[in-house]
Design a protein around this ligand. Structure first.
Ligand code: BYC
Length: 473
């Protein structure tokens, strides 16, 4: 059973919108609000330029996307769900082996809606955070990457809005409207999760965000792709296809900034005198975004997470690959390091189900370590002697069991005075921010790059780096 892709429709889709007039009308009513939001809070000032963009046109392996020049407001934001798996069964939690649901079970309605709203809220949030970045892009190649990420985050919002409209009636429509009413950093009506309220006004933040925060997106989407609620599983599965490019943009971007600094060091120059980013400064940005992104996993000991797992809504990373011994996760414990009020760390065993956020976070941290290793291998070749490291998972946390305690990046519990004295060595200081801002000069000639970033190893869609990725004239 393969779905029919309708690319001619006002809203391209493979969910049979044409045959569901009520839903179609509701979504077509939401569409102008989305377009208004894009004009007002999406990328500023580049909406009349031709950008070489990838557009999702189906869900088949290999040929799912089309590349061409398009003006961003004309981007064809569509609704695409991965192909259904016939006879799919819930493969974890209390309802193991039961058929998956195509409609929302009444008793899970609130919990599911909350998960979908939280996921959906991050998508427009990130576009808002990045709206001014186009003005300082270090190359046309990078400008295109930014806009590619932005339009696809817009499509991911559509993916969640589709679920809300289809499965949650009037409440869902209200939630879809609210997605465009909360705004990143708004004092009265901010985005739900804190990492999405920090402004991203320079490219060092952008590349760290796409490395670490988009990677949280990968892990959250992957665990929702295990869901017993089949429409959510199929939607998030397809979102992951696009998400891979966002993370690559980040990993390559940080790697290219590091490589440029390393090249200058090898030439006997000081990156700080050349408008490039010193490696120790880059490390502080990495520290900030890695720790802020760990907070997005929620508390390590969480009854919400236990219930989401037990009810079959949210599984573990790659649960469906059968890599966990017990798909019910019963009768097992997770050893959690917990700080005590008298200044010690003790190991406490908690039921595995309550540790589902921590289990997902562990997989995320291992992935981030592989990325840092790749950056290190690259700069090692230039002989800088510098090594990036990731701070301990307890460091600088504002959610979960470590919030409210002070740790050194090594994971050692420290007192407030030590933190006050040393935190500017660990996190970007105002001086760092001013310096990074001073490096953000726009470069708009095809094939040229700002002095703080090396060219990419290859261009987008097999085009060369000097391709005219955005037509600015
Ligand atoms: N900030 O039981 P707890 C992406 C709240 S990124 C503020 O410890 P739970 C993307 C929590 O809501 C991926 N509040 O954790 C990336 C709860 O409130 P209530 C986004 C927080 O609920 C880049 C209370 O604290 N997707 O896609 O198990 C660009 C206790 O919570 C935070 C998702 O997040 C926080 N950081 O887990 C574009 C997936 N953490 O109920 C896109 C959907 C916790 O007591 N969301 N709280 O009022 C979820 O699975 C869960 O909501 C969370 C939290 C993992 C976020």
């Amino acid at each position: 059973m393969t779905s029919i892709v309708d690319l001619e429709a006002k809203i391209p889709n493979n969910v049979g919108l044409r045959d569901n007039k009520r839903l179609l009308m509701a979504l077509e009513k939401w569409q102008p609000a989305f377009k208004r939001w894009w004009q007002e809070l999406g990328p500023s000032d580049f909406n009349n330029k031709d950008v070489y963009l990838r557009t999702a046109i189906g869900v088949g392996q290999g040929g799912w996307a089309h590349f061409d020049y398009v003006k961003m407001p004309d981007y064809r934001w569509g609704i695409f769900l991965a192909e259904p798996v016939p006879e799919r069964k819930i493969h974890f939690g209390d309802q193991l082996g039961q058929p998956v649901w195509s409609e929302v079970p009444g008793e899970l309605r609130n919990r599911l809606r909350r998960l979908i709203v939280t996921q959906g809220d991050t998508e427009p949030a990130s576009v808002e955070q990045q709206r001014l970045l186009g003005h300082t892009a270090p190359s046309l190649y990078d400008l295109r990457s930014l806009f590619q990420v932005n339009v696809e985050e817009g499509r991911h919002l559509w993916a969640m809005v589709y679920l809300l409209h289809t499965h949650f009636g009037g409440d869902g429509r209200d939630e879809a409207d609210a997605m465009l009413e909360r705004h990143s950093g708004d004092a009265d009506n901010p985005r739900i999760l804190q990492a999405f309220n920090y402004p991203i006004d320079n490219w060092v933040d952008f590349f760290c965000f796409t490395t670490f925060t988009d990677r949280d997106g990968k892990y959250q989407l992957a665990s929702l792709a295990e869901s017993g609620f089949d429409p959510l599983a199929r939607t998030t599965q397809f979102m992951l296809t696009e998400e891979a490019y966002h993370m690559q943009t980040g990993e390559n971007g940080v790697g290219r900034i590091a490589r440029r600094a390393a090249e200058l060091i090898k030439e006997g120059k000081d990156p700080a005198q050349e408008g490039a980013i010193p490696l120790a400064m880059l490390q502080r940005y990495i520290n900030h975004w890695f720790s802020a992104s760990m907070d997005l996993f929620g508390g390590e000991d969480s009854t919400n997470a236990a219930e989401a797992f037990a009810s079959g809504l949210k599984g573990r990373y790659r649960e469906g690959d059968g890599i966990y011994k017990d798909p019910k996760a019963l009768d097992q414990n997770y050893s959690l390091q917990v700080p005590t009020d008298d200044g010690r760390i003790e190991t406490r065993d908690i039921p595995l189900r309550r540790a589902m956020n921590a289990v997902l976070l562990d997989a995320y941290i291992a992935d981030c370590k592989r990325i840092a290793d790749r950056w290190n291998r690259d700069i090692d070749k230039l002989g800088t002697g510098f090594r990036f490291s990731l701070p301990d998972h307890k460091w600088n946390r504002h959610q979960g069991v470590y919030a409210g305690f002070r740790f050194a990046p090594s994971g050692e519990l420290i007192d407030e005075a030590t933190w006050t004295h040393q935190h500017t060595e660990w996190l970007p200081s105002q001086q760092d921010r001013d310096y990074v801002k001073s490096c953000m000069q726009a470069v708009r000639e095809p094939g040229k790059f700002a002095n703080y970033i090396a060219p990419p190893a290859q261009g987008a869609n097999n085009q060369p780096p000097e391709f005219e990725y955005v037509k600015l004239r």
